[in-house]
Design a protein around this ligand. Sequence first.
Ligand SMILES: NC(=O)c1ccc[n+]([C@@H]2O[C@H](COP(=O)([O-])OP(=O)(O)OC[C@H]3O[C@@H](n4cnc5c(N)ncnc54)[C@H](OP(=O)(O)O)[C@@H]3O)[C@@H](O)[C@H]2O)c1
Length: 281
Amino acid sequence: MEIKQSKIMLTGATGGIGHSIAQQLANEGAQLILVGRSQAKLRSLLATLANPEQHQIVVADITTVQGLRQINHFAMQSPRINALINNAGCNQFKLLSQKTDAELEQEIQVNLLAPIQLCQSALSWLTQPGVMLNIGSTFGSIGYPGYSVYCAAKAGLHRFSEALDRELEGSGLRVLYLAPRATDTELNNAAVKQMNQQLGNKIDTPDVVANHVVAMLKQETSAKWIGWPEKLFARINQILPSVVASAIHKQQATLQHFLHPSVKPSVQPSVQPLSQPIDHK
Ligand SMILES: NC(=O)c1ccc[n+]([C@@H]2O[C@H](COP(=O)([O-])OP(=O)(O)OC[C@H]3O[C@@H](n4cnc5c(N)ncnc54)[C@H](OP(=O)(O)O)[C@@H]3O)[C@@H](O)[C@H]2O)c1
């Protein structure tokens, strides 16, 4: 798609990756509809963007009926919207046994149900041609301890994007999926950042993800995984999951250490990153 002068709705605009996407798209000449829960955060983001008068904000919680109605109503009043980027997301690095019902629901709603609902409503207000881009995660392709619900939601989002893209063939609408790897934002709390460092996981800046978003929109790439070897592991996990399980097994001491911060590890935390060559057993 042509980004210059296109109108693009972006959820999660106030987050780390959302902020970078908004800046890069504004620099490319797009007119943005920035969605977030905090008016103050949206306003301060707006002030940092090129041509702030060209962009609009919508204050809405995408997990509520009212929030989704507000977004839909706003979109229906807009003369044209060329793209929707479902970027809002949340997660908690926690054992399933430690999560409350409310936490489970929140993770599924923000990462899976709300993007599906927004895509459904976008079918009635996106221009044709038009694009929906869903932001997933490497964890949508690899089941990882401590992220079971997030993995389930992002895996669902991947399959949903693929299915809807195929369903809409010939309609002028595309549905794309981007899977970032670990990125330096507030999504990851201090313990997760420390764990990533200890495991030697590569961490991208939000600008790296935003570069991929811009490139994907321009080329309308169906799906993309950021980072090597994450891209490779995502593929291997589909055909030889035991190989990836074995690599994760070697990280278990470190993972358990961060999942049970009060318990001292009986063995030294291992420091084998998923990015190390796989030792086939
Ligand atoms: N950071 C990573 O390591 C990483 C890796 C792979 C994929 N991703 C994905 O990248 C996307 C952006 O994540 P990020 O790292 O930028 O996270 P972030 O900095 O925590 O930002 C998350 C954004 O989602 C919004 N959001 C959360 N719950 C919401 C709700 N109920 N209604 C409306 N908005 C809501 C937040 O809005 P508020 O300001 O209102 O809280 C915030 O703008 C997510 O889909 C995430 O899963 C991130």
